[in-house]
Design a protein around this ligand. Structure first.
Ligand code: ADP
Length: 158
């Protein structure tokens, strides 16, 4: 049987309702989704890798088709190791597309068996952006309407 596995890579700092909507759409297309947090030491994160793993796991605790992990190195190498032939990325606007298209083409040149699948955001999540959410959080603002409930609970309890 052809088991279709997709990797959804990202920083997810933090994982938002926009990310969640992309995973839910991808679940209709693939047999399994691996949410893979890129452990990029050159980026300064608001939430530690451990916290992000815990936060995202709490959202999908009842969804056996979703696994959550972290990775270092090239996304295509991670896909190969996990027998995933698809990379999922979310698009909000042409800025996302411009950024993503070269990466998708390069990845496919490096590993011809891996296709990137772009899913459009829902209009209600168009403006949700982790960078802005981090700014609001750093300045003590309330971002709860942009985050899944399970993550709000974890942040409130921290
Ligand atoms: P990265 O640092 O790799 O851009 P992000 O955590 O910012 O990681 O995003 C991961 C993926 O989710 C990217 O494909 C990004 O375009 C997508 N994404 C981010 N926010 C939204 C949103 N509000 N709606 C749909 N897709 C989104």
């Amino acid at each position: 049987m052809n088991h279709k596995i997709a990797v959804f890579p990202g920083s997810f700092d933090p994982f938002t309702k926009g990310h969640l909507a992309i995973v839910l759409k991808a679940l209709n297309l693939f047999d399994g989704i691996i949410i893979a947090i890129g452990d990029n030491s050159s980026k300064t994160n608001l939430f530690s890798l451990t916290d992000r793993l815990k936060q995202i796991s709490s959202v999908f605790q009842n969804e056996p088709k979703v696994t959550i992990t972290s990775f270092t190195g090239l996304t295509v190498d991670f896909c190969r190791k996990n027998k995933a032939n698809f990379i999922v990325r979310g698009l909000r606007d042409n800025k996302d597309f411009e950024y993503e298209k070269s990466i998708a083409i390069m990845n496919n040149q490096v590993e011809g068996s891996i296709e990137t699948v772009f899913l459009m955001t829902d209009v209600k999540y168009l403006a949700i952006n982790s960078v802005i959410i981090r700014d609001i959080l750093k300045n003590g603002g309330n971002v709860s309407k942009f985050l899944p409930n399970e993550i709000n609970d974890l942040i409130a309890g921290a």
